[in-house]
Design a binder for this molecule. Structure first.
Ligand code: 5CA
Length: 412
């Protein structure tokens, strides 16, 4: 990411997102948003800076320890940079939802978080400041909360599949968020930070982004996708593992999402209650659901690269096409390249135009490094025959395309 000019480190675990990196981050964010919206969740935006009192109400202000960045304002009021938002969102809901008739509610935001990690490493994979999508569900009872959990489970499978990633849902530990039902969504990769265990059959399973009716009973879907064994290191107990050793795969994994059902852990101490159908007050049943948006950018590169650099899946590529003008000083080349650039953009395509005064080798290497799905190369020799060279980044396949057929080829 550094070599491709996507990000620049500001301090340990804190990055600026440069034009190329920001375009990918936004694409990833948009896919996450679309699948949250499709599931029926509503987007909000909560602040990054939160008051300490809220966290005292839940009891987490002291528990969270040194990972929490604590700040004092000019009036000596204790504030913090949010590492997550359970308390903040519970405060919003307790102030605005009073009746069971207003349930279920499902709110999410996509906001920067800060965790003062002991060892920030691998760039955006474990940052201190990072972009997270966090969703919170509020239900009247445990059955409703499980349905909300299942909805996010489906939405997550769809979200990662749309990015071309195979994220395996694994039984997971709940750590400082709490609760007893939890799944991590894990991408298998050699550079993964944690050890994970799963049934060999996961390796051959295609995770399909099926169309699902979110209002239907999602338990069968949930059971189907959790029927093959998969567990993180903390949850895997070799003595009681239900599958034989020869069918178990031990691998490294990257956690791109984590979902939790924790019942009334926050609503009870914070007094987030509604009046039920019988008039009695009931604490809300809650779950929370995170996706590491900025971590996904790094994960996508881990899953899509070769020795020459990145190979972006089309769904998240910063530009669809890279246009290389091999001889910007040549009038004919410049006119043809600029004409094609205008026409491709006119057809609604995102095009990166390399008209720098660099050697062809340097341009080829840079274009391979930044990994746009398709490259179009204009040079004097091809142009004399009325052709552009088309190179597909993933396969490396090259072919000549007649200049006047290019727009048609990519616009469809
Ligand atoms: N409140 C819950 C769910 S919203 C929560 O905070 N869950 S979490 O701690 O598991 O974080 C959610 C996701 O954020 C993780 O699955 C991971 O993909 C991402 N994430 C967590 N810590 C970091 C970090 N230091 N750098 C980059 N991404 C991170």
């Amino acid at each position: 990411m550094l070599r491709a000019g996507m990000v620049r480190q500001s301090s340990a675990g804190i990055y600026s997102w440069l034009p190329l990196g920001l375009r990918v981050l936004k694409r990833v964010e948009q896919i996450v948003r679309e699948e949250q919206d499709r599931s029926g969740a509503q987007e909000i935006l909560m602040p990054t800076i939160q008051p300490a009192e809220l966290w005292r109400e839940s009891g987490r202000y002291d528990d969270y320890g040194k990972e929490m960045l604590r700040i004092k304002d000019r009036h000596e009021r204790e504030m913090l940079y949010g590492p997550t938002n359970e308390e903040q969102v519970t405060e919003i809901v307790r102030a605005s939802i009073k009746s069971y008739r207003d349930l279920p509610k499902n709110l999410y935001h996509i906001q920067w978080k800060f965790r003062d990690e002991v060892r920030p490493r691998f760039g955006v994979m474990r940052g201190r400041e990072f972009l997270m999508k966090d969703n919170y569900s509020f239900d009247l009872d445990a059955a409703g909360a499980k349905h909300s959990y299942n909805k996010m489970f489906v939405a997550y499978l769809r979200t990662f599949a749309r990015m071309g990633l195979k994220a395996i849902p694994m039984r997971a530990d709940t750590g400082p968020i709490g609760g007893d039902l939890s799944h991590e969504f894990i991408i298998l990769a050699e550079t993964g930070e944690s050890e994970v265990f799963c049934d060999r059959r996961w390796l051959e399973t295609d995770i399909l982004a099926e169309e699902v009716d979110y209002d239907s009973d999602l338990e069968p879907f949930f059971r189907h996708w959790t029927s093959l064994y998969a567990a993180t290191d903390e949850m895997h107990k070799p003595e009681v593992c239900p599958i034989p050793a020869e069918e178990l795969v031990t691998a490294r994994g990257i956690e791109v999402g984590h979902i939790f059902y924790f019942g009334t852990k926050y609503s009870r101490p914070m007094g987030a209650v509604v009046t039920g159908a019988d008039g009695a007050e009931v604490p809300l049943e809650m779950g929370s659901y995170g996706i590491g948006v900025s971590r996904l950018v790094g994960t996508l590169i881990e899953a899509n690269h070769d020795d020459a650099g990145i190979i972006w899946p089309e769904a998240v590529a910063p530009f669809r096409v890279g246009l290389i003008n091999l001889r910007p000083a040549d009038d004919k080349c410049r006119a043809a390249a600029e004409d094609l650039y205008g026409k491709l953009r006119g057809a609604g395509l995102d095009v990166l135009y390399d008209d720098r005064d660099e050697s062809p080798g340097a341009k080829f290497a840079a274009m391979d490094l930044i990994g746009l799905p398709d490259q179009l190369i204009i040079g004097p020799r091809g142009l004399a025959a009325g052709n552009v060279e088309w190179k597909q980044r993933r396969s490396g396949a090259r072919q000549d395309l007649p200049l006047d057929a290019v727009v048609q080829r990519f616009a469809t």
